[in-house]
Design a binder for this molecule. Structure first.
Ligand SMILES: [Zn+2]
Ligand SMILES: [Zn+2]
Length: 383
């Protein structure tokens, strides 16, 4: 089920101020208040009740700075849940509390509707699930389709989420008559006051279940393993996340939205390449003779070996940039570059004959052949 936009529900823009949100809420809640629909048709009443709940929920989120911020950022007030499966409790954990919404409703409506029991039933969306997906360096660079298996809470198929063995096992709560709330008299300094409380028999549901569904033990939801195919785009990097909307845990209440599945990529390092955003870096050793004389050498890239020319007199540590041989940009037809850092390999432990041949070469060279050495020694003399 697609998540409804809370701003849309209240009919305000995303930049609306707290006051604008509040007055929009009052306006919408008045419009759909159940008391105004008590004489209307069943359909109209149900529709208004649904709208009324949505308005309440939207306001509960948008009037709470913390929840609003989370909602603006993640598209759900629950944010990216780090608890995973831990919060499997239909009435506990995060989300907003009924008390909060009750307070608002009572404050606003008692004034002009003369009170009246309001249903204490609010939609609660499912929790998000986070899962880590391991990728090879190449899979992250080129993209891949992968199967992900994870455990999530789903609506129980046996009972259709009602938690009852048979439909006839769902009964209207005898204590509250289905309202979910009961009226209690309270002695106060101003005399007896009538207040409404959540019904303790049904926990505010308005219904009780006589015989519970065997498969879900009455919870209406069950843990299930699920495998889905995920298309991972080329260019994703270590630590990046992909959100699959609605693939998380089932909603706590019948009309809530499912949570999201958040896939976090863990990309393995490459044997020779390192990555800096979309650029690739490679340290490439060449022989000291190749550095001195220049050479045509093979260079590995992500899509095969290419040949490049090392110029005569290439210095140790110098960097050669090859355009477009880096990583593809995420969702763009653009590529980073490949940076090759030259490592000059100096021969160690020479044999006597190698040594004498090299000495002859050294004799043939002139001071001018060693630019850096000359410069340095001139400075040293001045000290
Ligand atoms: Zn009850
Ligand atoms: Zn069930």
């Amino acid at each position: 089920m697609a998540k409804k936009d809370y701003y849309e529900i209240l009919g305000v823009s995303r930049s609306a101020s707290a006051d604008e949100i509040k007055s929009a809420y009052r306006r919408m809640a008045k419009k759909y208040h159940p008391d105004l629909y008590s004489m209307k048709s069943e359909e109209e009443r149900k529709n208004a009740e649904q709208k009324f709940k949505e308005v309440q929920h939207a306001y509960a989120v948008l009037s709470d700075p913390q929840k609003k911020q989370t909602y603006d950022q993640f598209g759900t007030e629950d944010g990216p849940s780090m608890e995973g499966f831990g919060g499997f409790n239909p009435f506990g954990g995060g989300g907003f509390t009924g008390d909060f919404a009750d307070d608002i409703i009572n404050n606003i409506f008692n004034a002009f509707t003369g009170g009246g029991a309001t249903r204490r039933r609010y939609e609660r969306d499912g929790d998000d699930i986070e899962t880590v997906l391991n990728l090879t360096f190449e899979e992250a660079c080129f993209g891949i389709e992968k199967e992900i298996t994870f455990t999530r809470v789903e609506k129980c198929k046996t009972c259709g989420g009602t938690g009852a063995k048979n439909a006839s096992d769902i009964k209207t709560c005898p204590k509250c008559g289905g309202a979910g709330t009961i009226r209690v008299g309270q002695r106060t300094p101003f005399g007896m006051m009538q207040t409404t409380r959540t019904c303790d028999r049904c926990g505010g549901e308005g219904k009780i279940i006589e015989e519970k569904c065997q498969d879900c033990k009455g919870r209406g939801r069950v843990k299930r393993q699920r495998t889905i195919k995920v298309k991972i785009p080329a260019g994703v990097d270590n630590g990046q996340m992909l959100t699959m909307r609605g693939e998380g845990n089932a909603a706590y209440t019948p009309n809530g939205a499912n949570g999201n599945l958040i896939i976090i990529f863990k990309v393995a390092p490459h044997e020779i390449f390192t990555r800096d955003k979309y650029n690739l870096h490679l340290e490439m050793p060449i022989t000291f003779m190749e550095a001195v004389l220049g050479a045509r050498v093979d260079v590995p890239t992500l899509d095969g070996v290419i040949k490049i020319d090392i110029p005569e007199g290439t210095q140790h540590g110098s960097i050669i940039r090859i355009k477009g041989k880096g990583i593809k940009y995420l969702r763009k037809e653009l590529y980073g570059d490949l940076y090759i850092k030259i490592i000059v390999d100096i021969p160690k432990s020479l044999s006597p004959s190698q040594r004498s041949k090299l000495k002859e070469v050294e004799k043939a060279l002139e001071k001018a052949n060693y630019e850096k050495v000359q410069k340095f020694r001139k400075k040293r003399k001045g000290l």
